[in-house]
Design a binder for this molecule. Structure first.
Ligand SMILES: *Cc1c(COP(=O)(O)O)cnc(C)c1O
Length: 425
C-alpha cells in the first residue's frame, strides 16, 4: 500500500536496515573504494550502478532525491547545486545548439535570464509566451526544432497559476515534454506529474529547505515521455553517446534514461552537484514540509484578506483570494492551498510602498522568499532596479509591487506589524 504524502515526507527515500542510522547518513566523501579495477571499470562504462566520485553522484544526495521523487510521484530524480542548475540541466539535457524551446514569460527572473540571455549564447533560442494565451496562440509558437515547453506551477513573483491541462495537452500534441518548476507549490500542494507534466524541477532553496540555510535544486522525471517515439527530435537520448562507448540512453535505461543522461553527462561535465551536507539539511526540511506548508498557506490567506480589506492598499494578488484571476485554477490544481507568497501595492505608488517597507519591524527586507521567517522585497528597487517604470510594467512587475513572503510566525503579530507600518507612513 502506498503511503500518503505526509508519511512520505518522513519515510520515503532512506529506509534503514537493522542497526543502521535512523537519519540519512552524510557521506562526506569525494570518492569511493573498490576491490578490483574491473569493478570500478564497470561503473565508468555505466554497466553497473554505484558511486565513484561525488562530482557525479553521492549516496546522501540520492537518498534525498529518492524522497523528493516519491513525493512528486516521479520515476527518477537528482539533486543539483541550485535551482538555476536544475532548470539549466532540465532543458540542456534535451536541447543543443540550433534548438528552440518555449517558456512562460512570467517565470522567475533568474530563469528568464538563463533562458533568454545565457542559453542564447549557446545557440539555444527561447520564445517567451503569455501563459494565459489561448491553446491556438501557444501552438503557433512551435517550430520544427522546438524541444520542450516550460512553466512554473505558481510564478515567482506574480503568483500566476499555470493551466496544466492546456500546457500538457499542447506539449503532447506537439511531441515534446512539458517541464514544470514546482518550487512555490512544493509536492505537498501540487504534483505536476498528476496533471500531465513530464519533468519537474525545484529550487529546494525555498520551502523545501524552508529555513534559508542552503542553496539547492532538484530534477524529477516522470519517466512518461516516450523519447524513442520522437527519436529524431532527441538524438542525445536516442542515438549512441560516444563519451560512453556508444551506449544509447533511451534503449539501455528506459524510464531512467533522462536522469541517467543528466547525471552521466551534465553532472560529469559541469559538476553542479549539491554538497551532501546541504542534501542533509534539505532532508530535514522535507520531514516537516507538509506541516509548514499548511501554516504558510493559512497565514497567507488571513494576511491577503486583511490587506484586501484595508483602504490604504491599492491591490493584492494572491491566488487564494476570490478576487484573483487565478482563483479557479488554484482551486482546481491546488485545492489544499497555494503557497505563502503574495504581491500587493499601496495607494500612492512606488514611494509609499518603499516607505511602508522601511517601517516594518518584524517582517524583514531580504532577497529571499519562501522560508520560515516573513520577509518582503520591492523588485523595482532591488532585483529589477536597473529597469525603468515602462520596462518594469513590460516585465509584469508594477513599480509599487511588494513581494511578501509569509512565514510561520503567529499571524496576529504579522498583522500588527503591517498595521503599525501603515499607520506610520
Ligand atoms: C529561486 C528560484 C529559482 C532559482 O533557484 P536558486 O536555488 O536560487 O538557484 C528557480 N525557480 C524559482 C521558481 C525560484 O523561486
Amino acid at each position: 500500500m502506498e503511503n500518503r504524502i505526509e508519511t512520505k515526507c518522513l519515510h520515503a527515500g532512506w529506509t534503514p536496515k537493522n542497526g543502521e542510522p535512523r537519519q540519512v547518513p552524510i557521506y562526506q566523501s569525494t570518492t569511493f573504494k573498490y576491490d578490483s579495477s574491473d569493478d570500478m571499470g564497470k561503473l565508468f562504462d555505466l554497466e553497473a550502478s554505484g558511486y565513484f566520485y561525488s562530482r557525479l553522484q553521492n549516496p546522501t544526495n540520492d537518498y534525498v532525491a529518492a524522497k523528493l521523487t516519491a513525493l512528486e510521484g516521479g520515476y527518477a530524480g537528482m539533486l543539483t547545486s541550485s535551482g538555476q542548475a536544475a532548470n539549466f540541466f532540465a532543458v540542456f539535457n534535451i536541447c543543443e545548439s540550433g534548438d528552440h524551446f518555449i517558456a512562460s514569460s512570467s517565470i522567475y527572473g533568474g530563469t528568464y535570464n538563463l533562458f533568454g540571455v545565457t542559453m542564447k549564447k549557446m545557440g539555444i533560442e527561447c520564445t517567451f509566451v503569455d501563459q494565459d494565451a489561448s491553446y491556438e496562440e501557444l501552438k503557433a509558437q512551435f517550430r520544427p526544432n522546438t524541444k520542450c515547453i516550460f512553466g512554473e506551477t505558481i510564478t515567482n513573483p506574480t503568483c500566476s497559476i499555470i493551466d496544466f491541462e492546456k500546457f500538457s495537452k499542447l506539449a503532447h500534441e506537439m511531441g515534446v515534454p512539458f517541464i514544470v518548476d514546482n518550487t512555490f507549490a512544493t509536492p505537498v500542494n501540487c504534483r505536476p506529474i498528476e496533471h500531465g507534466a513530464d519533468i519537474v524541477t525545484h529550487s529546494t532553496t525555498k520551502y523545501i529547505d524552508g529555513h534559508a540555510s542552503g542553496i539547492g535544486g532538484a530534477i524529477i522525471d516522470s519517466g512518461n515521455f516516450d523519447w524513442m517515439k520522437y527519436a529524431d527530435k532527441f538524438p542525445g537520448l536516442t542515438t549512441p553517446d560516444e563519451s560512453y562507448h556508444g551506449l544509447t540512453y533511451a534503449t539501455k535505461f528506459g524510464k531512467a534514461a533522462y536522469i541517467t543522461k543528466a547525471t552521466a553527462q551534465l553532472m560529469r561535465d559541469f559538476g553542479a552537484i549539491q554538497a551532501p551536507q546541504n542534501a542533509y539539511y534539505l532532508q530535514l526540511g522535507l520531514e516537516s514540509l507538509h506541516v509548514r506548508m499548511q501554516r504558510h498557506c493559512s497565514n497567507a490567506q488571513k494576511l491577503a484578506e486583511f490587506l484586501e480589506n484595508d483602504d490604504r492598499i491599492a491591490w493584492v494578488n494572491y491566488p487564494g483570494l476570490k478576487s484573483s484571476k487565478y482563483y479557479d485554477l488554484a482551486q482546481k490544481y491546488l485545492p489544499n492551498g497555494t503557497c505563502g507568497v503574495m504581491c500587493f501595492g499601496l495607494k500612492g505608488g512606488r514611494n509609499v510602498s518603499v516607505k511602508f517597507m522601511d517601517n516594518l519591524k518584524l517582517i524583514s527586507i531580504v532577497t529571499h522568499v519562501a522560508d520560515a521567517k516573513s520577509c518582503v522585497l520591492h523588485p523595482a528597487s532591488h532585483t529589477h532596479r536597473q529597469l525603468t517604470d515602462e520596462q518594469l510594467l513590460e516585465a509584469g512587475v508594477a513599480p509599487d509591487l511588494i513581494r511578501f513572503s509569509v512565514g510561520l510566525e503567529n499571524v496576529d503579530d504579522l498583522i500588527d506589524d503591517i498595521k503599525q507600518a501603515l499607520d506610520n507612513i
